[in-house]
Design a protein around this ligand. Structure first.
Ligand SMILES: [Zn+2]
Length: 227
């Protein structure tokens, strides 16, 4: 993919997750691995909201955090991205945001469960929770610990902070927030029942099979406001 097309897709991805509850003023970021050098990545620049970004707002960053291209400042939490890319060679996109329901789920004393279909994307196995710190992830050591906590999972809940998602699949990014909202609503309403694990696994293979992600991407692409 040409860099221009890649940056357009990254900007559109930022706007799509913003449409789906991931906005938090100018905080929160999304990145894609640079196809020309796997040890570099393009990341949303700082001082602008996810729903405002254009392809020109991206910065190119290496694993040491050095900004190689772009005019905007780099987010301080770049080690979330660099250390996941370092540990997970199959991952080509990383999201870190502070969505309302995902962040509440991250500080609740309860695990995310497959209450609605969306939860079945993530559970089973259980979604890990990162609690080494509730502060910003600004050092390589903190990023390493976070990437280790994520392991091979698709999502990580950061206690009293936010969420991390991997894979570059916008469907998953939007579904995590819906899954957390559904469960928190059920918990507030009273007792509730959970999808049996075997059915949740089946849904991962049927309802949310990878080729369906294209339909979700195309739908949100039609809806997202352009620059
Ligand atoms: Zn953060």
């Amino acid at each position: 993919m040409q860099s221009d097309a890649l940056l357009e897709k990254l900007a559109l991805g930022c706007r799509i997750i913003a449409m789906n509850g991931h906005s938090d003023i100018v905080w929160g970021h999304m990145s894609v691995r640079d196809p020309r050098d796997p040890q570099r990545f393009w990341m949303k620049g700082h001082e602008i909201e996810l729903d405002e970004v254009t392809p020109q707002d991206m910065v190119l960053v290496d694993w040491q955090g050095k900004k190689l291209a772009g005019t905007r400042p780099r987010h301080s939490e770049y080690p979330i991205h660099s250390e996941i890319f370092r540990r997970r060679p199959e991952v080509n996109a990383v999201i870190h945001t502070h969505p309302m329901y995902g962040t509440i789920m991250a500080y609740m004393d309860a695990d995310l469960q497959p209450v609605t279909h969306e939860g079945s994307i993530f559970v089973p196995p259980p979604v890990p929770r990162f609690n080494l710190t509730t502060g910003l992830i600004r050092t390589q050591e903190q990023g390493e610990a976070l990437a280790q906590g994520l392991g091979s999972h698709r999502a990580l809940l950061m206690q009293n902070h936010g969420v991390v998602l991997t894979g570059g699949n916008i469907e998953e990014a939007t579904m995590l927030e819906k899954a957390c909202q559904a469960q928190l609503t059920a918990m507030a309403a009273g007792t509730y029942r959970v999808t049996p694990p075997w059915e949740a696994l089946e849904k991962q293979q049927t309802i949310y099979r990878p080729e369906r992600s294209r339909l979700v991407w195309e739908y949100y692409s039609r809806k997202a406001p352009r620059w």
